[in-house]
Design a protein around this ligand. Structure first.
Ligand code: AMP
Length: 456
């Protein structure tokens, strides 16, 4: 079904055409009629599915022309607020509807003058929005469409009380839309007070990694991670790569070392000034930087077309972040590769990720790379590892999650043979023989090196 048959306004259809879209994506096909009909909606869809247009196009159609401030979109990060506002502005280019992005880290001047001119749509991060609510420069009294985007991340980032307060300040008679990659119980709870009889749309499996992405684990000793990263970058044919670090400090360190190795590198994390973040993202988008080193929060939802590779220098702390990180590549039908460097202390995290996505991630070894022996180290401290229980690390990742037949990692060593590991292994006795890297997967506490060491 083409966009034309979705009852969008003529002006909006011209905006869609100018954006170069020909056919609606599944989330657009399903969400646009609901939003046009004025109903509330909870949509679970990953970024990369086209969800921005799924709400922007019908909202612009409903607004039709310039008037009072009627739409509020909340975003968890500054980058997303900027990106989503740009999408609205692009789709609205054949209308007189005005939009503004409101976020922190930049001066108030430009935002204030936009607000004074009068805007129809505000795309905001919660903190800066609250500043303007306090001064009275923004009033929510005419809001009749409220959109919460990336709700799961917004709650993760501790915005829940602020978000609740903002929702409470909007008129009760309104349309409310929730977009979230996952809908855990906390979100269902917020939804129950914010939404009325919402339609529910789930696109794909919220936990899945898009089909267009090939992903793999690269087992390596912790002290060889940087070497392997460099070797991968030298070997793969990439257009642009995002390298993920768990920490800001780690991101800076990786970036410094990559720069020293003559890569053009951008860095994106929350300790950088807003101008540095804007420059990093713009430079990465334009091709000035071939590699971007980023932390999870900074990179959330970032939409850069043509990211050919994602490399997880550090295994993500939360399984859902694995899906989000990988979603940075393979966007909008493009293909991409996603590699995760894993050391023995990440065994528990990898098990959790595989359980979460319901699939086993193949393992690869980089041909020609001289691997040092991988020595098991203790896993991360228990306060970070949640309640997995100590001393249960020997049994492979797969305790009870759905499994897919998996292809043993093209060209890698190890593996084959019988399956074990149901139930997490008994006290380090059992070993899954499913994958090469699991051979290193920590044998009881201590692991032979004495003392926890983390390379961050
Ligand atoms: P989103 O999930 O909104 O971040 O969108 C992901 C990417 O898909 C963005 O680059 C959009 O411009 C692109 N996109 C969204 N809808 C379509 C469509 N119908 N056809 C082609 N590209 C699209």
């Amino acid at each position: 079904m083409p966009f034309k048959s979705l009852n969008l306004s003529e002006q909006v259809l011209r905006g869609v055409e100018a954006a170069g879209y020909t056919d609606p994506t599944p989330i657009q096909l399903r969400a646009i009629p609901v939003v046009l009909g004025g109903g509330d909606l909870i949509a679970s869809a990953q970024t990369g599915t086209g969800k921005t247009a799924a709400f922007a196009l019908p909202v612009l159609t409903r607004l039709a022309t310039h008037g009072r401030t009627r739409v509020l979109v909340l975003e968890p990060t500054r980058e997303l607020a900027a990106q989503v506002e740009t999408s609205f502005r692009n789709f609205a280019r054949f209308t007189d509807i005005r939009t503004v992005a409101v976020f922190g880290g930049v001066g108030y001047g430009a935002q204030r003058s936009e607000l004074k001119r009068g805007v129809d749509i505000i795309v905001a991060t919660p903190g800066r929005l609250v500043d303007y609510l306090k001064t009275g420069e923004i009033s929510l009294r005419d809001i009749n469409i409220l959109i919460l985007d990336e709700v799961d991340r917004m709650l993760d980032m501790g915005f829940l009380p602020t978000v609740k307060d903002i929702i409470a300040r909007c008129p009760r008679e309104r349309q409310t839309l929730f977009f979230s990659a996952t809908v855990p119980p906390e979100i269902a709870a917020v939804a129950s007070f914010a939404l009325r009889n919402p339609a529910k749309i789930e696109i794909g499996v919220a936990r899945s990694v898009t089909d267009s992405v090939k992903h793999a684990l690269y087992p390596v000793a912790a002290e060889q991670k940087f070497e392997l990263l460099e070797a991968l970058l030298a070997k793969i044919d990439f257009d642009s790569v995002i390298v993920f670090s768990r920490t800001k400090h780690g991101a800076d360190k990786i970036a410094r070392r990559l720069k020293a190795a003559n890569h053009s590198v951008a860095v994106l994390h929350a300790n950088r000034s807003q101008n540095q973040r804007i420059e990093a993202l713009a430079g990465f988008k334009s091709g000035k930087y071939e590699v971007m080193v980023a932390t999870d929060i900074a990179a959330r939802g970032i939409d850069v077309v043509g990211v050919s590779h994602v490399i997880n220098y550090d295994v993500p702390e939360k399984p859902e972040d694995y899906v989000h990180r990988i979603g940075r590549t393979g966007r909008a039908q493009a293909v991409g590769d996603a590699f995760t460097l894993v050391s023995p202390e990440n065994a528990g995290d990898i098990r959790d990720i595989q359980r979460f996505i319901g699939a086993k991630i193949p393992e690869l070894r980089l041909e020609g790379f001289v691997y040092a022996p991988i020595i098991a180290r203790p896993e991360q401290p228990s306060q970070q590892r949640g309640n997995r229980g100590g001393g249960q690390r020997g049994g492979g990742y797969g305790s009870g999650g759905p499994r897919q037949g998996h292809g043993q990692g093209r060209g890698q060593s190890g593996g084959g043979g019988s399956r074990q590991g149901q139930g997490g292994g008994g006290g380090g006795q059992q070993r899954s023989s499913e994958g090469g890297w699991n051979r290193f997967g920590a044998s009881g506490s201590g692991g032979g090196t004495g003392g926890a060491r983390r390379d961050r």
